[in-house]
Design a protein around this ligand. Structure first.
Ligand code: EPU
Length: 447
């Protein structure tokens, strides 16, 4: 449990160094399951979801060595695909990556309970579609047929990051050649392909919707640097915009933020880019715009909620059309408690200009929680936010970074003897006590 009090209504200013990407780090960490040797990761974000992923891998028998807050080695040589800690996998969606990774490596996978943000139905039909195209049998429990999986062709009926990752995992150790069409092209899918090729995989077409994967019977060991988190970077830029400020994010490629910065230019914001940084200042005439989310290279759905929060301060109406998640609007009822006025028709939300005021609000999900913070930073008075542990699943040192921009944010001490995860001793924690080397911090990431 985590609660923030944000006193906003004045401009944020300064520079923020961007952490490694949550949605890039998670598939890379689960990719260690398909490797035969140890994988070392640098620039790993120190967030709840990463801590939870490392606990899951550790409980399944992987050796997890945390060198420092942002560097970790995972050796999954002795991981057992049967040993899924369902009480932990239920805390995150990315645990579904165990399906493809275990199927590819062991020819067997059991569906973990998955959780994560609640956007209504989050089906796995495309994941199973690609597994079955490779010859896997079953649902819930998947088995390779006698003789093992074989290369196949699958055309994803829906662009899906998770199903693309799982398809790649299953195919990279499968006999024969696999053709995958309509794959997700998010930059972290490209990173995953580069990582697997460094391990010895043969995956071509990275960065395009069509992948050709020649399966290999073994994959070695390697190291990899997690790319910067464009969603984190975008959130701080939007906090700057909401507060009328001047924020620079560093350690990020401007091209990874172009979908957002193109929108901000249309609102009248001033955007300056250099090779490793982006600076955004709110212009004199900050005006409403229409935005539509889409899979890459479109406007990222994960920036939808903080963008709407910033657009609450624009002159004139704005529109946000959500094309990836049907139910990503739950956060709007919390923003409405702060005076925001919305109307919705189908997948399109209209933001009507209205003055915001401080209120007590609750984070409904990770990015919805970040949106509330963005709105609170632009609003005079003290906003009290509960449910902020959801934000900490995906943003490293969220309140510390906001304070570095001059924000007045305090974290309230929460008196609870049954905080999430308390009382459970992970194998990692046991190994640490036993003098083992699994040194990941104790997870609290079951958001
Ligand atoms: N979909 C299907 N069938 C499937 C899989 C997906 O219909 O078998 C649909 C989903 O219902 C959704 C759309 O396809 O409407 C896209 O889902 P996708 O599979 O791409 O999402 P995901 O892999 O579960 C990842 C991120 C999300 C991000 C989406 C889209 C991780 C751990 N999660 O989810 O991140 O919104 O891709 O970019 O990488 C977040 O960080 O806040 C977050 C929710």
């Amino acid at each position: 449990m985590s609660e923030y009090v944000i006193r906003g209504g004045f401009p944020l200013a300064g520079e923020i160094d961007v952490s490694g990407a949550k949605n890039g780090a998670l598939p890379l960490l689960f990719a260690s399951v398909v490797a035969d040797g140890a994988c070392t990761y640098y620039h790993v974000p120190d967030i709840g979801d990463v801590r939870l992923a490392l606990r899951i891998l550790s409980e399944m028998g992987a050796r997890v060595t945390r060198h420092d807050a942002h560097t970790v080695t995972v050796n999954a040589r002795y991981l057992s695909p049967e040993a899924i800690p369902r009480h932990l996998t239920a805390g995150m969606r990315a645990s579904s990556y165990l399906l493809g990774a275990c199927l590819g490596r062991f020819g067997y996978a059991a569906e973990p309970l998955t959780g994560g943000c609640d956007f209504g139905n989050r089906p796995l039909n495309c994941h199973y579609g690609v597994f079955h195209a490779l010859g896997a049998v079953g649902e819930g429990e998947l088995h390779a047929p006698p003789g093992g999986l074989r290369g196949g062709t699958y055309d994803f009926p829906q662009v899906s990051v998770g199903a693309t990752v799982n398809g790649i995992f299953a195919a990279c150790r499968t006999h024969g050649v696999t053709h995958l069409h309509h794959c997700a092209t998010e930059s972290h899918v490209g990173d995953l392909i580069r990582f697997l090729n460094l391990l010895g995989a043969d995956i071509r077409g990275g960065g395009t919707p069509d992948l050709v994967i020649r399966g290999r019977s073994d994959l070695g060991h390697t190291s990899f640097v997690v790319s910067p988190d464009e969603i984190e970077a975008g959130t701080y830029l939007l906090a700057g915009v909401a507060s009328g400020g001047d924020v620079t994010v560093t350690g990020i490629r401007p091209c990874d933020l172009s979908a957002l910065t193109n929108v901000l230019v249309r609102t009248g914001c001033l955007v300056d880019s250099a090779p490793d940084r982006v600076r955004v200042r709110r212009g004199e005439n900050f005006r409403g715009v229409a935005v539509e989310t889409a899979p890459a290279p479109g406007f990222p759905t994960d920036l939808h909620p903080p963008t709407v929060a910033a657009l609450c301060f624009a002159a004139g109406k704005s529109q946000m059309t959500e094309r990836v998640w049907q139910e990503r609007f739950r956060y709007t009822s919390e923003l409405a408690k702060m005076g925001a006025v919305f109307s919705r028709e189908g997948q399109t939300l209209t933001v009507h200009p209205a003055p915001l005021h401080a209120a007590s609000v609750t984070a409904t999900d990770l990015r919805g929680g970040a949106a509330l913070a963005v709105a609170a930073l632009g609003t005079a008075g003290k906003t009290h936010m509960t449910g902020c542990e959801l934000i900490e699943r995906g943003y490293e040192d969220f309140t510390g970074k906001l304070r570095r921009l001059g924000a007045d944010v305090s974290v309230l001490p929460v008196m609870s003897s049954c905080a999430s995860g308390a009382g459970e001793e992970s194998s990692e924690e046991r190994q640490e006590k036993d003098g083992g080397d699994a040194g990941a911090p104790h997870g609290d990431g079951e958001g």
